[in-house]
Design a protein around this ligand. Structure first.
Ligand code: C2O
Ligand code: CU
Length: 489
């Protein structure tokens, strides 16, 4: 987490600069060689948005996007953007069934929106590029959190063509939706881990690479990947853990393009949930992919001895076209240190074997089968047009969407407003049913998912969540219309 330097003693600032150490090469020289700056602060959680309402089951908060002087890169205060002065932005922490009122103020000198990524809410509250909030303007986002949607989500700006820029400048935050009857033990210490990366000029301002330069072209193709990796805005923070303790982690990938392959070498993790909440059953994993904008819930057990250290890493994963693949893509990168206390091991908490029932959508009578072709920068051969509807669907119907990636790099596909269930990937059935709002479609892969338009007519975006691709128009519009009158087809 990075906050305004106001009130931070100069000594502390200097200390963090010093701790950054000689390992830090000028970032411009290290675009593809990424030395790890060593900073050893304890992991800090973003602040939580303060509920100003006294009405039961109502969460009313104030959220402002504005320019800010912040050290995005530790030790280098620079001009950035922030929600309520904080990067990551404050966490929206709500419960299923809550009415949420967000009084949003845009203090930026440009238009923006807030998209509540993954939430099932009305179209005019979705913060899509169709509903920009002008510079200096306000907008009240008001919606109710549907039952059954407890999980981890996030919010970010979504203005036409500027999403990547605004997020790189510091605008992103987490959302936690809680279930009153959460099946996981309430005693598990919970951690929110927001993963991001960024690339900087030597003065610590985000390096956005001009279009037309070779870096600009690589960014357009690969998506802008940063060489400095953050957890909650911190570089290599320390997360204390006790031997035997089980922690519940909610992990969000807010990076523009990086796909993480998360692992803690030497142990496994229990994968208990994804984009749309908990799975039916926990799955033991050694490592797993977290594509940009995906979320995951993990149970991490303190598997090492008292006093030990282990590391959360992202392992090599080749999502790239070989022409623009970074030369260091095969190097694992450290994200966070797990530091074991000296206390003797505690007895691990027992985790239920069944978490909840996730019913598969009934695909025996689907209303439509869609084919979506992803090529480089295009969807079905077209670029985004804000005045064109690409897919028209009806309320109360179930459809199957087939997403086919015809090029040699991965494209994570995101649908606004509606959670879906992946059916198969290249014909291989998904091992279990889960709710998702983004699915990484690998090079030359075809993924099919089922989706039900149970509510909320209106226009919804679908797009590649590599922000550079999205901003360059790799996006389309779905219009969900009221049901046809009976008897008509
Ligand atoms: Cu996370 Cu259309 O976005
Ligand atoms: Cu893409």
């Amino acid at each position: 987490m990075v906050r305004l330097p106001v009130g931070i003693p100069v000594v502390a600032l200097l200390a963090s600069v010093a701790a950054f150490g000689p390992g830090l090469m000028p970032p411009s020289a290290s675009r593809f060689t990424s030395p790890l700056p060593v900073v050893s602060d304890t992991l800090v959680s973003p602040p939580v948005l303060v509920n100003v309402s006294r009405v039961p089951h109502t969460v009313e908060v104030n959220l402002t996007a504005g320019p800010s002087r912040i050290a995005l890169l530790p030790g280098h205060v620079t001009d950035a953007f922030a929600y309520n002065g904080s990067v990551p932005g404050p966490t929206l922490d709500v419960r299923e069934g809550d009415k949420v009122i967000i009084h949003f103020t845009n203090n930026l000198a440009e238009k923006t929106t807030i998209h509540w990524h993954g939430l099932h809410i009305p179209a005019d509250m979705d913060g899509s590029p169709l509903r920009p909030v002008g510079a200096g303007k306000r907008y009240d986002y008001v919606f109710t959190i549907p039952k059954g949607t407890a999980g981890t989500y996030w919010y970010h700006p979504h203005p036409d063509v500027r999403t990547g820029y605004q997020i790189a400048k510091g605008l992103y935050g987490g959302i936690i939706v809680r279930d009153a009857n959460d099946p996981l033990p309430a005693t598990l210490p919970e951690k929110l881990l927001i993963l991001s990366d960024n690339r900087f000029h030597p003065d610590g301002s985000p390096d956005m690479a001009a279009p037309g330069t070779s870096q600009g072209q690589a960014d357009e193709e690969n998506g802008r990947e940063g060489n400095v990796l953050f957890v909650n805005g911190q570089v290599m923070p320390i997360l204390p853990i006790r031997s035997g303790e089980v922690q519940r982690w909610r992990v969000i990938n807010v990076a523009a393009a990086r796909i993480y392959r998360l692992a803690i070498p030497g142990q496994t993790m229990l994968h208990v949930g994804g984009d749309g909440g908990l799975f039916e059953r926990p799955v033991d994993v050694k490592d797993f992919l977290l594509a940009n904008s995906e979320r995951v819930e993990l149970l991490v057990k303190g598997a090492a001895a008292p006093g030990a250290r282990s590391v959360l890493q992202t392992l090599p994963y080749d999502r790239y076209d070989f022409h623009t693949r970074p030369t260091d893509w095969e190097t694992p990168r450290d994200l966070l240190t797990l530091q074991y206390s000296d206390l003797p091991a505690t007895t691990p908490v027992v985790i239920p074997q069944t978490l909840r029932h996730v019913a598969a959508l009934d695909t025996s009578h689907v209303s439509a089968r869609r084919e979506i072709i992803l090529s480089q920068g295009l969807i079905n051969g077209k670029m985004m047009n804000m005045h064109r509807v690409d897919v028209t669907s009806r309320l109360n119907t179930i459809e199957i969407w087939q997403i086919e990636n015809v090029v040699t790099m991965d494209h994570p596909f995101h649908l606004h407003g509606f959670q879906f269930q992946v059916l198969d990937r290249d014909g291989v059935p998904e091992p279990f049913v889960s709710w998702k709002d983004v699915v990484n479609v690998k090079k030359h892969e075809t993924v099919r998912f089922a989706v039900r338009f149970d509510d909320f007519p209106g226009q919804w975006m679908f797009h590649c969540h590599i922000l550079d691709h999205e901003d360059h128009g790799m996006m389309g519009i779905l219009e969900v219309r009221p049901p046809l009158p009976r008897g008509k087809k």
